[in-house]
Design a protein around this ligand. Structure first.
Ligand code: SF4
Length: 223
């Protein structure tokens, strides 16, 4: 699968405990409607067969103020047909957010997959399917996680009818250095009870009409 990751900056609630950007500005250009003008061409030129939305902040921060942006984004996605899982279809959209299902009015059912970035096991009960979307929960493992925490989360998801997939990732610090908490254990459960995502910058990123192979290329001092 060839991903295009659309990086947004609509701001953020700054509530994730591991957030490294809350004290600084988000060094990603502010998202504008005209910043989508090159997206259709960029998807075509790079032969992408899936497009994800993430941040710089949370893409669903103050969603109601950015409905026009989402309307334009989905308009582009619906027009772009790709060969995916054996048939032609509009390019699948994957949404990454730390807002749980009912904390936003965003229509999650328009997505192929929703990746909920959860911070605690309690948040898992606030995740639900709204249509046919694949529902994934992802946790960033921090220093205070124990094996019991991991297993509690894994068992919750295994018994859940509303969450299909679970993944864990390591914390990346402000120097882009990946940590290695409980790594052997997380690798052991990979592809069994969860997916263990090791960081690598293999995506293509799109922000404000520009495409880059590296997320950090979009980081600029912004006012
Ligand atoms: S979504 Fe990102 S920017 Fe917002 S609080 Fe969480 S880690 Fe920080």
């Amino acid at each position: 699968m060839k991903y295009m990751s659309v990086i947004t900056n609509f701001g953020c609630h700054y509530k994730c405990p591991y957030c490294i950007v809350k004290e600084n500005n988000l060094h990603i250009p502010r998202t504008t409607l005209s910043g989508l003008d090159n997206l259709e061409e960029a998807l075509k030129e790079n032969n992408c067969d899936i497009v994800s939305i993430s941040g710089g902040g949370d893409p669903l921060h103050e969603y109601e103020k950015h409905i026009d942006w989402y309307r334009k984004f989905f308009g582009i996605a619906h027009k772009r047909n790709v060969f995916f899982n054996g048939s032609m279809r509009p390019i699948p959209v994957e949404m990454h957010t730390s807002y749980m299902t009912d904390e936003t009015a965003f229509p999650f059912y328009d997505c192929y997959r929703v990746v909920y970035h959860a911070n605690s096991i309690d948040q898992l009960s606030q995740i639900r399917r709204t249509g046919n979307e694949i529902v994934r929960a992802v946790f960033v493992v921090t220093a205070d996680y124990t094996i019991a925490d991991i297993m509690d989360i894994a068992l919750f998801v295994k018994n859940s009818t509303g969450i299909d997939e679970l993944s864990f990732r390591q914390l990346v610090d402000d120097k882009y250095t990946e940590q290695h908490y409980l790594e052997d254990y997380l690798r052991m459960g990979h592809k069994k009870l969860w997916w263990y995502i090791e960081q690598n910058d293999y995506n293509l990123y799109y922000a404000e009409n520009e495409v880059s192979g590296r997320y950090r290329d979009f980081e600029k001092e912004v006012l």
